[in-house]
Design a protein. Structure first.
Length: 135
């Protein structure tokens, strides 16, 4: 429980599948009352979860409460433009999750390949990206 949900259109799903992005799968999205599948929307599930301690990922997050929508978000007190973690052998994995239990959130990490597809081919503008430095 507690995982953040990521959704995309059929168009984005097709782009991701065409580029053989590894580590993600797509699930149909059902209407909460009728349980009928919604058209043109898919849930992206990222199946690989890495232990933050094992990969040396130690963010020092601060809690931010939005005065308008009351949504709680967390930002790292370290350089948010370049969080770090140890190099791990991920093979051809393009996406994984790092759970940060101290703040109750998850960080989704994607490969440069996946990032370029989202940012430049699909031209995604609603996601916020931060570069990670592998040490």
């Amino acid at each position: 429980g507690g995982w953040d949900e990521i959704f995309c259109s059929s168009y984005a799903k097709q782009i991701i599948e065409d580029h053989n992005i590894n580590g993600v799968e797509f699930l149909p999205v059902l209407h909460h009352k009728s349980l009928k599948q919604l058209e043109d929307i898919w849930q992206i599930r990222i199946n690989t979860v890495l232990n933050p301690i094992e990969i040396g990922f130690f963010p020092e997050p601060i809690k931010i409460d939005c005065d308008i929508c009351h949504k709680v978000t967390y930002k790292s007190t370290k350089n948010p433009l370049q969080p770090t973690f140890n190099q791990v052998d991920l093979g051809d994995l393009d996406a994984f999750i790092i759970p940060v239990k101290t703040v109750g959130c998850n960080i989704v990490v994607i490969s440069n390949k996946f990032y370029r597809i989202l940012k430049y081919e699909y031209k995604e503008r609603s996601l916020e990206f931060a570069a990670c430095k592998v040490i």
